[in-house]
Structures are given as structure tokens and as C-alpha cells.
Write a protein that binds this ligand. Structure first.
Ligand SMILES: [Zn+2]
Ligand SMILES: [Zn+2]
Length: 248
């Protein structure tokens, strides 16, 4: 067993019937993680070290900022800033040494992918890594593993699977994980069930989205068409992974 099996949240996500179960789980982990980082974990040395090293991406800074805990946010950024500034100076100092630039940056004429790119990567990492994205992905790997495990071992889950619709963003890593954990026969069954469930979801959303656009026709003024509420948001979320709030 490579990951801890966590069946309850997976079943909860399926029963919630709120679109893609993995997006539902991602939203849940993300909300809790943002609170956790702004809460007691700010002072936890291990978390502090990881925050200092990785920082946060733009999306997660916006979420942290929206929580209105300016002191908690600023305390994390204070030590992160100190460490990031020092790393920036180290990278630039290395480049400034004799032949340093040649070793650390790709100068005109140097080939792409060569030795010069490593410092560029370090520079890019200063603003592209995110401790929250890493934490969410770590949890999602565990949930994908749990889904493959439940598909293999739990009859009720397997029977419910063709009724689940996953978004197109969550499917590739789920299929990748299932491919490592399932037998050929189970894998074929999972792919067929995935095609059925998500195929149905896409067809349904395609129809609802079409009807939604028809509501803007003056001939349909004042009309309501079933399934059109949130049709745009749901379609976007299914095509690209949950990024828009759906009206309740
Ligand atoms: Zn998803
Ligand atoms: Zn992030």
C-alpha cells in the first residue's frame, strides 16, 4: 500500500453529487489548508520551514488574503521574504563570479536544456513553487489511490462509479493512478465506467448550456428552461476543473 486509504471523504464526495468528486475533495482540502496555514500551524517549525522554502502561488495568496488575517499572513511572509531574498542574492552572486554566468545562465549561443538552464530554473522556482499546491496534490494522490482501491474492492462503489462524472482535468491523473494499481480487467472496467459517467455528464451539460444560450433570445424572454441554472459554470468546471462557483 503506497498511500493511506481514506474512504469516508471519498464516499462523502460521491454522495454530495456536486459535480466531479475529485474537484469536490480538492475544494474541501484547499479551504481547510488555507485556514490551517493561517491558524496554529504558522508557529509550527516544520510548516514554517516549508513555507519559507516554497512560499505560495498567486491563487493561494489571494485566498489567504481574503481571510483577512493580516498578521498571520504577514508573519509567514516575513520569514519567507528573508529566506527568498537570500536565495535570490546567492543565485545572482554565483552568476557574477568569473565564468559564473556561463555556468549558470544560458548566454547567446548556448544550447537550450544545457548547464545554463539550472540557475534559470532556480530563479523561476523563487516565484513558482507553492506549499499549499503541494499539500493539496499530496492529498489528492491519496484520494485517487483510494478511488482505485474502492473500485477494486468495494462492490457498491464499483456499481455507483458509472453514475459519477469526473471533470476532464481530474481524469488523466486518476487514470494514471488506476493504471498502476488495477489489473488489466479491472482497468478496462474502470475506463468503461469512466466513459459512461463522464460521457453522460458532458452530454447533459452540453444540452443545458445550449438551452442557457437560448434564454437570451428575445423570443424566450421571461421563460425558464430546466437545467439552465448554473449551466455555464458547470460546463466550464467540467471542461477545465472547478474554477467557477456554481449558483446554489
Ligand atoms: Zn475534477
Ligand atoms: Zn498554490
Amino acid at each position: 500500500m503506497r498511500y493511506h486509504i481514506d474512504t469516508i471523504p471519498v464516499w462523502d464526495a460521491v454522495k454530495a453529487k456536486c459535480g466531479c468528486p475529485l474537484c469536490y475533495l480538492r475544494t474541501d482540502i484547499e479551504e481547510k489548508d488555507v485556514d490551517r496555514f493561517l491558524g496554529g500551524s504558522v508557529m509550527d517549525p516544520d510548516t514554517r520551514i516549508r513555507v519559507n522554502e516554497k512560499g505560495f502561488c498567486r491563487r493561494h495568496h489571494k485566498m489567504l488574503y481574503a481571510r483577512q488575517n493580516r498578521l498571520g499572513h504577514a508573519l509567514m511572509m516575513d520569514s519567507c521574504m528573508i529566506e527568498t531574498s537570500a536565495r535570490f542574492i546567492r543565485i545572482m552572486d554565483e552568476a557574477a563570479r568569473p565564468n559564473g554566468a556561463k555556468r549558470t545562465f544560458r548566454l547567446p549561443g548556448m544550447k537550450r536544456g544545457g548547464e545554463g538552464d539550472s540557475a534559470l530554473e532556480k530563479l523561476r522556482a523563487l516565484s513558482s513553487s507553492c506549499v499549499l499546491c503541494d499539500s493539496i496534490e499530496e492529498n489528492l494522490r491519496r484520494y485517487r489511490y483510494t478511488i482505485a482501491y474502492l473500485f477494486k474492492t468495494d462492490r457498491a462503489f464499483r456499481e455507483a462509479f458509472p453514475e459519477m462524472g469526473f471533470c476532464l482535468d481530474c481524469i488523466p491523473p486518476l487514470v494514471e493512478m488506476a493504471g498502476e494499481e488495477l489489473s488489466g480487467e479491472d482497468m478496462r472496467a474502470l475506463l468503461a465506467a469512466l466513459k459512461e459517467g463522464t460521457g453522460k455528464l458532458l452530454a447533459e451539460e452540453e444540452k443545458n448550456l445550449k438551452n442557457f444560450t437560448l434564454l437570451f433570445d428575445y423570443r424566450n424572454a421571461g421563460k425558464t428552461i430546466e437545467g439552465t441554472k448554473g449551466a455555464l459554470e458547470k460546463a466550464v468546471n467540467t471542461l477545465r476543473g472547478k474554477c467557477l462557483d456554481e449558483p446554489s
